[in-house]
Design a protein around this ligand. Structure first.
Ligand code: MTE
Ligand code: MO
Length: 401
C-alpha cells in the first residue's frame, strides 16, 4: 500500500467507514448498469462483505478484488440459490445420504461416518455459475444480473462420488445419476432443484462429495454439510446440502434439465457431450469455457505512470491455462503476462504483468486467456437467451497519473 492510500484507509477507519477505497471504486466495474443502485455490501453469518444481488432467494457475489488469490476464502465465496428454502445448520450425526434408483443392485443409506470412512481426495477447482457475467449480455436477458463475481476457487475434500455409488452396486443399465439436496421450495409451482450427470462424469474420480472446503467445514450457504463438486462443469451441477442420489436407466425429465440451463446445440463445443439430455436444437450447459479476469487494479483506480502491477486469474474446463495476454490500449495490442505456477488444471491460475513508464491519461486494460489445448476467449458475444458462458474480454478504465 502506498503512503497516501494508507492515510486514506486509516482516516476511513477513524470515521468508522468500512468501505476501503479499492472496494468502493471496484463496485461499478463488476456490476451491470441496472444492478448498481440495488446491490449492496452485506455481512451475514459465515460471510463477510459480499455483494447482495437478491436477498430471497440468497444470491451474493464475490467482489472482484478477492480474485487476486488462487483460492477464494470461504467467507468471501459467492452464494447462489434458486429458491428461498435454505436448510438450517444441523448436526452431521443426523445427516443421511440415500443412494437408490432402478440402476443400483441395493438401496443404501450412508451416515456421515460412512462418508468419512471412504478413501478421501482433494481437488482444487473453480465453481462458476453458468450465468456469471449474465448482466453484461447485450441485449439484456432475464435472470440474476451477475457481474464478475458468481465464481470462486477452493480446495475441495471428500470421497469420490464413484466410491459412494459403488456402495449401492451400480448396474449395467445405469445411464444418469440424479442428485438432490435438502433445500426446499416455498411453493409447489417451483420444481425442486434436482440435476443429473451422465454416468461417465459421475464416475470421474475427480467428481467429489465434498465434506470440507479450504480445510474447513462448508459454510451453510455453500452447501453444509456436503456438496457435489464437478470439476470443469458449471456450478449448476454442484448440488449443495446433498442428501439423495438416484442412479437411473432413464434421462431425468424435469424443469432444471429440460428447460433451464440449456444452450443452442453447436454454440459451445464440448469434449464429453451429455448425449442422453441433448436434442437437435439445444443441449445442457456443461463444461466451462476459457475465461480470465483482472482483479487489480480495479476500474476507476489511479495507477502510477512509472509502473504498476496488473494481477488476475484465468480458468477453463480443466485443460489448464497456457497463456494470458494483457492489453493496455483497449485491445489494439497485446503482450504476454507472467503465469504463476499451476495448482491443478481445474483451479484458477494467476497471472501478472508489470507495466513500464507511460503517459498520463485514461487507458483501457483488458486480459484474454488461451488454454493448454488452444481454446481462446470469444472475440464477440455468443448471444444466448440464458446469458450463459460470457467470456468476451471486457476492458476496464484506469487513470494513469
Ligand atoms: N441444493 C442446491 N444446490 C445448488 C443450487 C441450489 O439452488 N440448491 N444452485 C446451484 C448453482 S446454479 C450454482 S452456480 C452453485 C453455486 O454454489 P455456491 O452457492 O456454493 O457458490 O450451486 C449449485 N447447487
Ligand atoms: Mo448457477
Amino acid at each position: 500500500m502506498r503512503r497516501r492510500d494508507l492515510i486514506a484507509a486509516s482516516s476511513a477507519m477513524l470515521l468508522g467507514r468500512s468501505a476501503s477505497a479499492a472496494e468502493s471504486t471496484g463496485f461499478p466495474s463488476q456490476l451491470p448498469d441496472g444492478m448498481r443502485a440495488i446491490a449492496r455490501y452485506v455481512n451475514i453469518p459465515d460471510k463477510r462483505r459480499l455483494i447482495q444481488l437478491t436477498d430471497r432467494p440468497p444470491n451474493y457475489a464475490t467482489p472482484t478484488e478477492v480474485f487476486t488469490s488462487v483460492t477464494t476464502p470461504n467467507d468471501r465465496f459467492f452464494v447462489r440459490y434458486h429458491a428461498d428454502g435454505v436448510p438450517q445448520l444441523s448436526s452431521t450425526n443426523a445427516w443421511r445420504l440415500t443412494v437408490t434408483g432402478d440402476a443400483v443392485a441395493q438401496d443404501v443409506t450412508l451416515t456421515w461416518q460412512d462418508i468419512l470412512d471412504l478413501p478421501q481426495t482433494d481437488v482444487v477447482a473453480v465453481c462458476q455459475c453458468a450465468g456469471n457475467r449474465r448482466g453484461f449480455s447485450t441485449p439484456h436477458v432475464p435472470g440474476v444480473q451477475w457481474g464478475d463475481g458468481a465464481m470462486g476457487c477452493a480446495i475441495w475434500h471428500g470421497p469420490s462420488l464413484a466410491d459412494v455409488l459403488k456402495r449401492a452396486k451400480v448396474k449395467d443399465n445405469a445411464l444418469e445419476v440424479w442428485l438432490g439436496g435438502e433445500d426446499t421450495v416455498p411453493v409447489d409451482t417451483i420444481p425442486r432443484f434436482v440435476k443429473s450427470l451422465p454416468l461417465v462424469k459421475a464416475m470421474d474420480p475427480k467428481t467429489l462429495v465434498a465434506t470440507s472446503m479450504n480445510n474447513a467445514p462448508l459454510p451453510l450457504l455453500n452447501g453444509n454439510p456436503a456438496r457435489l463438486v464437478v470439476p470443469g462443469w458449471t456450478g449448476t451441477y454442484w448440488i449443495k446440502h446433498l442428501n439423495r442420489i438416484e442412479v437411473s436407466s432413464k434421462p431425468l425429465n424435469n424443469f432444471w434439465m429440460k428447460t433451464a440451463y440449456r444452450v443452442p446445440a453447436g454454440m459451445f463445443p464440448v469434449e464429453q457431450p451429455f448425449t442422453s439430455q441433448g436434442t437437435e436444437t439445444t443441449v445442457p450447459i456443461t463444461e466451462m469455457v476459457v475465461n480470465s479476469l483482472i482483479a487489480e487494479p480495479l476500474e476507476g483506480a489511479e495507477v502510477d505512470r512509472a509502473g504498476f502491477t496488473i494481477r488476475g486469474v484465468a480458468w477453463d474446463r480443466g485443460n489448464g491455462i497456457g497463456r494470458v495476454e494483457v492489453s493496455l490500449d483497449g485491445g489494439k495490442s497485446w503482450q504476454d503476462a507472467f503465469l504463476e505456477h499451476s495448482v491443478g488444471p481445474y483451479a484458477f491460475r494467476r497471472f501478472m504483468l508489470q507495466t513500464t513508464l507511460m503517459k498520463p491519461g485514461t487507458i483501457e486494460i483488458a486480459c484474454r486467456a488461451t488454454s493448454e489445448t488452444g481454446e481462446k476467449q470469444a472475440e464477440t458475444l455468443k448471444f444466448n437467451a440464458g446469458g450463459y458462458h460470457n467470456n468476451v474480454p471486457r476492458p476496464i478504465k484506469v487513470t494513469v497519473r
